[in-house]
Design a protein around this ligand. Structure first.
Ligand SMILES: [Zn+2]
Length: 432
């Protein structure tokens, strides 16, 4: 009889249950990001274009309230400053720590301006590097150290990422003489009672294994140590890998599974996660945690930012459909903010990767939404509007090209964070 570990999962992780899809890193980052102020110039050009008019949007500076929903970190200061420079108006915050969209802010916002232009999303620190750069940290000149960025999201995913890291190093694959490839799995990843950690990672033995290896007196490799169980590895797991990657698993010496422990083969959950009345975790990132901690094409911190932005954008557009906002007009520009620190100028700046544009015209209940492809296509043809205040003077930056060129990440091409990645030229030199 094929056994299962799925009976230990909380109902919200039922493998048969549907969870909405999240924008793929490969889709989103096939184009380079925009320098945020330049994106904003294009936002204004777009909102004044025939394209926006056809979508039902009427541009009127006097009625526009520029708004943000984002974390309050100082590394994002260029975002409200750019909105001020381009719209020449006060910026209304609709965000909470963690780039949560604050529903309560909306009633007040429409009271202050009948056209809301929303710029929002998660942020993630980026350190340029020759092999794609690294994510999740930024130089903080006030503290004179690198710290996690976004700090809030890092605190959410770190307990899961460390359990995943532990599993990827301790699930061992090998092939004894005369046998198929076997997996030696610590029991804590098969049965929750074997681990005292509140975060449980369980190997999905239906997809990952093809049955348990029985104990045989005369066969040494079947005599496992106390805390481990032995399985035949499912042929589909091996077929799914590049032949070069399979090679180490065909040896007699046990090799950690490493990053090949991909989301199809495990589940991960917090046994103490608070749930809402629908039985869903209040922290919705929990639903996507295995995709966050084991992404194929991006570092964990970038994946967390993409998932969080998708979830919060969904909450924002869901709120706009409520009847109390029917008479107001919304243009929502959602994406991922990348925070960089420039040692030459001694200041932060932001790049922006757009994920969605949503237009809800006044008098309509529903909205029109553009995909990342459509945004790139339309924005490539737009000449950015000029800011009303000189933003570059205010921030000390001169050449914009240099700032964008430092971003070298491509899906699947990135480095792990190390203090040595960042080469400081002058000013607040990182001490490593
Ligand atoms: Zn943050």
């Amino acid at each position: 009889m094929q056994r299962t570990t799925r009976n230990w999962l909380p109902p919200y992780l039922d493998p048969a249950g549907f969870i909405p899809r999240i924008t793929e890193t490969r889709v989103l980052f096939q184009w380079p990001p925009f320098f945020f102020p330049e994106f904003l110039g294009k936002v204004i050009a777009f909102l004044q274009s025939d394209d926006a008019r056809k979508m039902g949007f009427e541009f009127d500076y006097r009625r526009i309230l520029p708004c943000t929903w984002k974390c309050s970190d100082e590394s994002l200061f260029m975002v409200p400053l750019s909105l001020l420079a381009y719209f020449g108006a006060n910026v209304f915050p609709k965000g909470l720590i963690g780039a949560r969209f604050n529903e309560q802010s909306l009633g007040a916002a429409v009271h202050h301006g009948s056209i809301n232009v929303d710029l929002g999303g998660s942020h993630v620190g980026y350190l340029p590097g020759e092999r794609g750069g690294s994510f999740g940290y930024i130089w903080r000149p006030q503290q004179k150290e690198f710290t996690s960025d976004c700090g809030y999201l890092t605190s959410v995913f770190t307990p899961f990422a460390s359990v995943y890291q532990d599993a990827s190093q301790n699930i061992l694959l090998f092939r004894p003489q005369g046998s198929k490839v076997l997996a030696s799995i610590p029991n804590e990843f098969l049965q929750p009672n074997w681990s005292s950690h509140r975060v449980k990672l369980l190997v999905d033995i239906e997809t990952f294994t093809a049955g348990q290896v029985e104990y045989r007196d005369d066969t040494t490799f079947t005599h496992t140590t106390v805390a481990r169980s032995l399985f035949y590895v499912h042929p589909e797991f091996l077929q799914g890998l590049d032949p070069r990657d399979v090679e180490p698993f065909l040896q007699e010496k046990p090799t950690p599974i490493g990053r090949f422990l991909s989301p199809k083969y495990f589940n991960i959950f917090d046994t103490q996660a608070p749930l809402d009345q629908n039985g869903l975790p209040r922290e919705r990132l929990m639903l996507y945690m295995k995709y966050i901690v084991a992404p194929k094409y991006s570092p964990v911190s970038l994946k967390a930012a993409i998932v969080n932005t998708n979830l919060e954008h969904n909450r924002l557009t869901d709120t706009l459909r409520s009847p109390e906002y029917t008479n107001y007009s919304f243009a929502c520009f959602t994406g991922i903010f990348m925070d960089l620190f420039d040692h030459e100028v001694g200041n932060y700046y932001n790049l922006f990767q757009p994920l969605s544009i949503t237009i809800k015209p006044a008098g309509k209940k529903s909205e029109v939404e553009l995909t990342p492809e459509e945004i790139q296509f339309r924005f490539a043809r737009l000449n950015p509007a000029e800011p009303r205040l000189n933003l570059l003077d205010m921030t000390g930056f001169k050449s914009v090209e240099r700032l964008v060129e430092r971003f070298t990440f491509k899906p699947g091409r990135f480095e792990e964070f190390s203090h040595h990645n960042e080469v400081a030229s002058n000013g607040d030199e990182p001490q490593t």
